[in-house]
Design a protein around this ligand. Structure first.
Ligand SMILES: Nc1ncnc2c1ncn2[C@@H]1O[C@H](COP(=O)(O)OP(=O)(O)OP(=O)(O)O)[C@@H](O)[C@H]1O
Ligand SMILES: [Mg+2]
Length: 353
């Protein structure tokens, strides 16, 4: 794995296979997100009482929190077939028309990264979602005719990390939107215990606690760190994961006690040492750590903001008092306290420079 990829919330190449064995299969196995689980249970049970497909569902939230897992669970709970595609794969409306016309009544159509769907496909989706109909255009130019085609009643499940990038008309056609939240440490411990038992790893309670605390509220990261710590435990020790083993293993991977990696610490370090805590523009900050501004903005900052160590202000980035403290330095009197992150602060597109 590339240096520094341990804490990325995005799936790294080759990780999808590891993930599929650890995916929860039923709603009851899905850890955390109690609100989403309860809401979804009602939607699914209501539909089964009426004997009709449930409303279209939008799953919204940062990467690695379980959107794809939930989409699969919805199909399993409904006893329906799951058809999978993604926004970027639906470049031509014809691709979507083919998918839609092959649906069987009650199928679940999962469109991942639905915010990246091309405009013509999106417009086709409006009609399909509302009236279970597509208009297929035959021919070109003045002779082109549009043939309305009935499609089987289905349930669309869309997933997005950027619900703000969805157009209003598309968003409005979902009957239910699930907002996924970052996981509490105890929930991540539960995820880890479950994964350890599937992998046949001896994970001790204090080991689970240590890994959970460094996982940035994200099950994908928790599972990834568990795999790294397991390697260490098996190669350098007897295979059991205790707190001490977890700490030594994660030191090798430069993952610190709060789940910051080397680049995160470099960004905070530059902000504090070279720019007196800010404010400083993100491009200047990126040059100081030798990274692309987009890397700093999309990879480091979401978590630093959420952890209350960095604030994005109209005048630039500012280190909070906890950032100074985390680096073992005393903060100047005017360093801001933690600024409550908003739900969508993990999405760089929603924050001003
Ligand atoms: N609630 C949960 N309980 C147990 N494991 C979970 C849970 N949520 C996620 N996971 C684990 O985290 C991994 C990543 O989850 P998933 O692929 O569903 O995330 P995602 O939100 O679809 O991410 P992306 O936005 O990158 O597509 C899964 O393989 C699964 O093992
Ligand atoms: Mg996914």
């Amino acid at each position: 794995m590339a240096d520094g990829a341990e804490l990325s919330p995005y799936a790294v190449p080759g990780e999808r296979d590891d993930e599929s064995s650890l995916r929860p299969r039923r709603l009851a196995e899905f850890v955390g997100q109690p609100r989403v689980r309860e809401q979804l249970e009602l939607v699914l049970q209501g539909a089964s009482l009426r004997g009709a497909p449930p409303d279209h569902v939008l799953l919204s939230g940062p990467p690695g929190l379980g959107k794809t897992s939930l989409a699969m669970i919805i199909a399993v709970e409904l006893g329906s077939a799951l058809r999978i595609t993604s926004g970027p794969a639906l470049e031509r409306a014809g691709d979507l028309a083919a998918m839609l016309s092959n649906l069987v009544e009650g199928d679940v159509l999962f469109i991942d990264e639905i915010h990246r769907i091309a405009r013509p496909a999106e417009e086709m989706l409006y009609l399909a979602m509302e009236d279970f109909r597509v208009d297929v255009v035959v021919g070109k130019g003045p002779g082109a005719t549009s043939i309305p085609l009935e499609i089987a009643p289905f349930t669309l499940v869309g997933a997005t990390t950027r619900s703000g990038a969805l157009t209003g008309p598309l968003r409005d056609r979902f009957g239910f939107t699930a907002h996924m939240e970052f996981y509490a440490a105890e929930e991540l411990e539960q995820v880890l215990r479950r994964s350890a038992s599937i992998l046949g790893v001896d994970l001790r309670p204090d080991g689970a606690e240590e890994i959970a605390g460094r996982s940035r509220g994200t099950p994908r990261i928790a599972n990834r760190l568990l795999r790294r710590v397991r390697d260490f435990a098996e190669v350098r020790a007897d295979g059991s994961i205790t707190r001490a083993i977890a700490m030594s293993a994660l030191e090798v991977y430069d993952v610190d006690a709060l789940g910051l990696d080397r680049l995160d610490r470099a960004v905070l370090g530059a902000l504090v040492r070279s720019f007196g805590g800010g404010p400083v523009g993100v491009s200047t900050l990126a040059v100081a750590v030798g990274e692309e501004p987009s890397t700093v903005e999309e990879v480091c900052e979401p978590y630093l903001v959420r952890a209350g160590m960095l604030a994005r202000t109209p005048r630039g980035r500012v280190a909070t008092a906890s950032a100074w403290a985390h680096l073992g330095l005393s903060a100047p009197a005017d360093a801001p306290g933690p600024i409550p992150p908003t739900l969508f602060d993990s999405d760089p597109a929603h924050t001003a420079e």
